[in-house]
Design a protein around this ligand. Sequence first.
Ligand code: UDX
Ligand code: UDX
Ligand code: ADP
Length: 468
Amino acid sequence: NVEPIRKICCIGAGYVGGPTMAMIAKQCPDIEVKVVDINADRIAQWNSDELPVYEPGLDEVVSESRGRNLHFSTDVDQAIADAQMIFISVNTPTKHFGVGAGRAANLEFIEKCARKIAEVAQGHKIVVEKSTLPVRTAEAVKAILAGASSGATFDVLSNPEFLAEGTAVEDLVAPDRVLIGGESKAAVDALVDVYAHWVPREKLLTTNLWSSELSKLTANAFLAQRVSSINSISALCEATEADVDEVAMAIGMDSRIGPKFLKSSVGFGGSCFQKDILNLVYLCEYFGLPEVAEYWEQVVKMNDYQKTRFVRRIVRTLFNTVSDKKIGIWGFAFKKDTNDTRESAAIYICRDLLHERAKISIYDPRVDAEQIRRDLADVMRNGDSELSAASEKLLNENVEIVTDIHEASKDAHGIAVLTEWDEFKDADFERIHNEMKKPAFIFDGRNILKNLPLADIGFIYQGIGFSR
Ligand code: UDX
Ligand code: UDX
Ligand code: ADP
């Protein structure tokens, strides 16, 4: 018999922790929610009018509860001490050093949180894993918590988050399901009661701890696999005069396949898909299942191929050279309606264009110029600690970050559409055509301009997965 939850704390005020806790605070006025982070700048932003995360509708959700039962703070210890339930929502990036480098998740941040909780907690606490974790992480978390010197006791739950960026608020308001895995029924029930404030009971799914952990990785692997599957077919469509959007429509009407997540693109990005699949691959290898590992690894390889193929097609179409030619880049975020660029296809496309000596002019309506510069510098460094002189020169001389699409397109030989921002569809294409070098090319990595009369205006238009 656990007392009803009145105080929650969440460690990690990122893309997952921030919006999720804001929603819990909104829906549960009887619960005090404190979100803590070691990054003081981030906390300051959560406490300002300029939130660190751009999500449609999030400003309203935050302003409704902030200062009432939603608080953002850097005082991690106090928040842990006060809370009955502690969510861990810190980042779990792919490890880039040591054993499992490039595949395994780096659990350093999770482990630090667990140690912090063990150090500070008194009495009984429910610890909830919110971050995506490799299956059996809870075992490590439990082992660390068991070492608490204060004699505090713990239940560990897994409650993976399935929200997608750009639709976080709607996904949180009306989730397809909420998954809660755990060993103690009382602890599971306590968390069920939190979500039951607004989520219908039949959507609250409880499983054992390991199924819950594994379901998150599996869901992301299946979603990414659909994108890679349709993208693989897009290459075949370009070679055969089939049209990938028609194929997607035709197969999606089979109720066993379904219509969603079949949009061919320049490749999936985001903080989860690649990381989670690589994690799954690593786990399979660890458990002696190389055939299974290889099966899933192909999803990531296909995604890399799709990005490379897009650049190769641009170069080929622009008479086999883009050297010194300006290419306008429309969109840098990994999908529309977010300012997140993690693993965005745009990063890799821009890198490859720079290696071809193109001059790129980038416009994104939500991503900070500084973020774009950081992403490009990171990718050009390619794991080294220093930028080579050649890369530095390319970044300084061949990259421009601008504040509207006209600037990005003026005097360009081609435009590459890399994010499906709605505003791109309403652009003044007559003016853009007038201001570009001729012939004027558009390479649409999202197929959002496909139905516009661009050829009539004089553009040479190419999308993904069809030939005209
Ligand atoms: C299939 C297609 O479904 C059908 O649209 C096409 O016209 C012909 O090929 P069929 O082979 O008759 O039809 O049966 P299907 O129900 O698709 O099953 C194929 C195999 O997959 C069976 O051996 C079935 O047992 C297996 N299967 C199917 C599974 O193992 N798991 C599943 O979830 C579904
Ligand atoms: C994903 C999962 O959807 C979510 O459940 C999980 O919690 C986190 O990972 P997210 O990465 O935010 O969410 O966005 P998502 O909508 O899944 O898109 C991922 C990438 O796939 C984007 O780059 C998107 O452009 C691409 N994509 C998606 C396609 O290229 N085609 C599609 O049909 C769908
Ligand atoms: P996600 O997309 O999973 O939410 P983010 O990187 O956006 O990931 O957010 C994770 C947050 O967790 C970051 O703001 C980071 O500063 C914070 N964080 C990482 N480790 C700790 C820690 N030990 N204590 C508190 N906050 C942490």
